[in-house]
Design a protein around this ligand. Structure first.
Ligand SMILES: Nc1nc2c(ncn2[C@@H]2O[C@H](COP(=O)(O)OP(=O)(O)OP(=O)(O)O)[C@@H](O)[C@H]2O)c(=O)[nH]1
Ligand SMILES: [Mg+2]
Length: 345
């Protein structure tokens, strides 16, 4: 996955320290030719070059790897935008590029200055000036370095999602049992807890059937509110629904202790239905601890909308295998249809 390859970015001071220790490895002893002044010039230029090369190699690896993110597919690009703000990233890429160019320029300038120095003292002076200027560029770029350091941490936690394989996205209000369901039907190991907002980012699990692999995506819980009010966790769920879902599995919680009323849960469903034109499967979960009153409200509304649903309990396994089969067969049929239509074209 592309995010795993993003470079680890050290702190500005660590970059400076490591570059200085690289320069210390350059010794005059290896330079056998010529007189003392020439030897000093050669070693000073080599040291400056070692510092500059080390720093520019780090800046270049940041620049090159993050530049490729600008050409990524729509899902991942929007996801990056939610997590690290694409405009901000482009601004920092320009700064990184400028910093490496300035360092290369300083190296060139001071290499010339050292070469034309008339005394050893002059060589030392020019070397120190060049070094100080290179280091000051790194210090001035500190905010940008920290931005990429943090971005690496935020992006490398993202799951490896293949936008090309058949995908079901499990969605619904917080705490209804989405993660429990994804864990029960796929290879995912999503965190499950008794409180809402446990899942803060999308996670992926796989199911294999007759050598066809499908993806099941777990998403953070959604609240009943418009898009512009959604937080980063919810926006990740929306992006998965928008770009990845070939099938949306919407989960209800009719239990006595549900965090949201049937009315609230139904409003969230309506919001999803009106936002996406994707086929949906409806799951009423926690049937083992359902409040008859809440269950009836949800069922009545779904019946009125002419929606069929499946009642499940992850705790006692009720209808879980059936639900898994429905999801798998729907996606497999869909991918067969797509393959056939590709062949016909
Ligand atoms: N009794 C019962 N408890 C369930 C069932 N499914 C899930 N739970 C419990 O409900 C709680 C929430 O489950 P999660 O799977 O974390 O729910 P979620 O929808 O992923 O929650 P968020 O990530 O916070 O949105 C956990 O304590 C689960 O053990 C079920 O069918 N029956
Ligand atoms: Mg969860």
């Amino acid at each position: 996955m592309i995010f795993e390859k993003l470079p680890y970015v050290p702190l500005a001071q660590e970059i400076i320290n490591s570059s200085l220790s690289k320069s210390k490895k350059v010794t005059q002893k290896k330079i056998r030719r010529a007189n003392k002044l020439t030897r000093k010039k050669i070693s000073s230029i080599k040291k400056l070059d070692a510092v500059s090369s080390y720093i520019t190699s780090i800046l270049s690896s940041i620049y090159n790897s993050y530049s490729t993110l600008l050409e990524i597919d729509d899902f991942h690009r929007e996801l990056i935008d939610v997590l690290i703000d694409l405009k901000e990233m482009e601004k920092h890429l320009i700064r990184i590029n400028k910093a490496r160019k300035v360092i290369k320029y300083i190296l060139k300038l001071y290499t010339k200055e050292i070469k034309t120095s008339k005394s050893e003292k002059d060589v030392s002076l020019k070397f120190k000036q060049g070094l100080a200027r290179i280091i000051s560029v790194v210090r001035r770029t500190e905010k940008t370095i920290v931005y990429f350091r943090n971005s690496k941490m935020k992006l490398s936690r993202l799951p490896s999602i293949d936008v090309g394989i058949p995908t079901a996205v499990i969605a619904g209000p917080p705490n209804v049992g989405k993660s429990s369901l994804v864990n029960a039907i796929s290879s995912a190991k999503s965190e499950v807890a008794t409180y809402p907002f446990t899942t803060k980012r999308i996670l992926v699990g796989h199911v294999s059937h007759n050598e066809i692999k499908i993806q099941v995506i777990d998403t953070p819980g959604l609240l009943d509110r418009p898009l512009f009010q959604r937080n980063k966790a919810e926006l990740q769920a929306i992006l998965a629904l928008k770009h990845l879902a070939k099938l949306i599995v919407f989960v209800f919680d009719p239990s006595y202790g549900s965090y949201y009323t049937p009315e609230e849960q139904l409003r969230i469903l309506k919001e999803i239905k009106s936002s996406f034109n994707t086929p949906m499967l409806y799951v009423i979960n926690k049937i083992d601890i359902a409040s008859p009153d809440k269950l009836e409200k949800i069922k009545n509304e779904l019946n009125a909308l002419d929606i069929t649903y499946i009642e499940t309990s992850i705790t006692n396994g009720k209808n879980i295998e059936e639900l898994k089969n429905k999801i798998v067969h729907y996606l497999i049929n869909l991918s067969r249809q797509l393959r056939n239509s590709e062949v016909k074209v």
